[in-house]
Write a protein that binds this ligand. Structure first.
Ligand SMILES: NC(=O)c1ccc[n+]([C@@H]2O[C@H](COP(=O)([O-])OP(=O)(O)OC[C@H]3O[C@@H](n4cnc5c(N)ncnc54)[C@H](OP(=O)(O)O)[C@@H]3O)[C@@H](O)[C@H]2O)c1
Length: 326
């Protein structure tokens, strides 16, 4: 994988570091500001900087583009890169409109390239450990999946400063930013629910700051909670009649523990790992999708199906919560 990037914030820095660790070659950066593009590329050994998306897409030295711009730009920029025949790894949410996402997936197929949403949880080795531990808890009747992380940008908002992450125009807010990870994990573990009841709470003149949802299944209920205005110190929990599994991070699927209901003994089945460490697994999978499409077709198809299912589910959750403008 020889890749270029869109976006010059912290997440792009983390992804470039992780992808390079996984063996990818970093070529260059796009920024709205050419000196920032060149400086960013230089920080990671890339030689090219662009301030025009057209030239970025036409860059013959790269076969892949990593998109980490504000949410509202993802679909448009991904389309431009796919049209140019590049593989695209796009930060979440890849799109907010399911029809648009489906169209982009079809375009990627037509062009014979890979198009994936960058979702760490699907590639974390902690996910397999979590699923194995769930096999030990017996009959699962209830789960609470939480991602509540106080945003440093919430204080800025309270001081009157709007940032992209709290902007509805940028299709951002709590649900699309971190609630999405709760939805991903729930659908990955339990599939599509029979019924969803969802609520979001909006910040003054801004996007949603927190929310909760009930996902009902024939044999269990899953409660999802997510917040950017308060910090949780409790793990997510999956409860059965023989034990429970807790998950410290639903986005990275790490700090996973099994509790035996009979003895109350706790066993760590997957411990801590750095975020860049988890992202290395993600980047390595994307490289395999590109380099070995035949043997990775099943895993790639699963990522795409999950992207679409999550996108459809988030659209339904937004529909149920008056206040969303997208
Ligand atoms: N996977 C994860 O753990 C993770 C973590 C954080 C964020 N993300 C995702 O990464 C994406 C970026 O998030 P972020 O918080 O880093 O966003 P951000 O800082 O608001 O913007 C990202 C980049 O986009 C460019 N940009 C900013 N405002 C723009 C505008 N109005 N028009 C065009 N370009 C603009 C900037 O680059 P230039 O000024 O150099 O052009 C900036 O570096 C989001 O989709 C988010 O969901 C993922």
């Amino acid at each position: 994988m020889r890749f270029v990037t869109i976006g010059t914030s912290g997440i792009t820095r983390e992804f470039v570091a992780a992808a390079k660790n996984a063996g990818a070659e970093y070529v260059g950066a796009y920024s709205r500001d050419i000196s920032r593009a060149r400086a960013f590329a230089g920080d990671f050994g890339g030689s090219l900087g662009f301030d025009a998306l057209g030239s970025h897409a036409a860059c013959g030295d790269a076969d892949t583009v990593y998109v980490a711009s504000p949410n509202a730009l993802h679909a448009r920029q991904s389309r431009l890169m796919l049209e140019a025949g590049k593989h695209v790894i796009c930060e979440k949410p890849a799109a907010t409109d399911p029809a648009e996402l489906r169209g982009l997936q079809e375009l990627a197929d037509k062009k014979g390239v890979i198009y994936v949403e960058a979702i760490m949880s699907l590639h974390s080795p902690g996910l397999a450990a979590l699923k194995k531990a769930m096999g030990r808890v017996g009959e699962i009747s209830f789960a609470h999946i939480d991602f509540s992380q106080l945003s440093s940008r919430y204080a800025l908002l309270k001081n009157g400063e709007m940032t992209n992450i709290f902007s509805q125009e940028m299709q951002a807010g709590c649900l699309e930013d971190i609630g999405l990870y709760c939805v991903y994990l729930t659908l990955e573990l339990f599939g599509k629910p029979d019924r969803i009841v969802s609520k979001s709470v909006f910040l003054p003149s801004a996007a949603d700051g927190r929310g909760c949802a009930l996902f009902e299944y024939a044999d269990k209920e899953v409660v999802l909670t997510h917040s950017k205005t308060a910090q949780s110190f409790s793990p997510s929990q999956i409860l059965g009649d023989r034990g429970a599994v807790t998950v410290g991070s639903v986005s990275q699927v790490k700090d996973v523990r099994f509790y035996d209901a009979a003895t109350s003994e706790c066993e760590t089945v997957f411990g801590d790992m750095s975020k860049v460490g988890i992202m290395e697994y993600e980047a390595a999978d994307f490289m395999r999708f590109e380099d070995d499409p035949v043997n990775t077709a099943g895993d790639y198809a699963h990522c795409r199906e999950m992207s679409l299912l999550v996108c459809e589910t988030l659209a339904e959750m937004r529909r149920q919560a008056p206040g969303f403008t997208f």
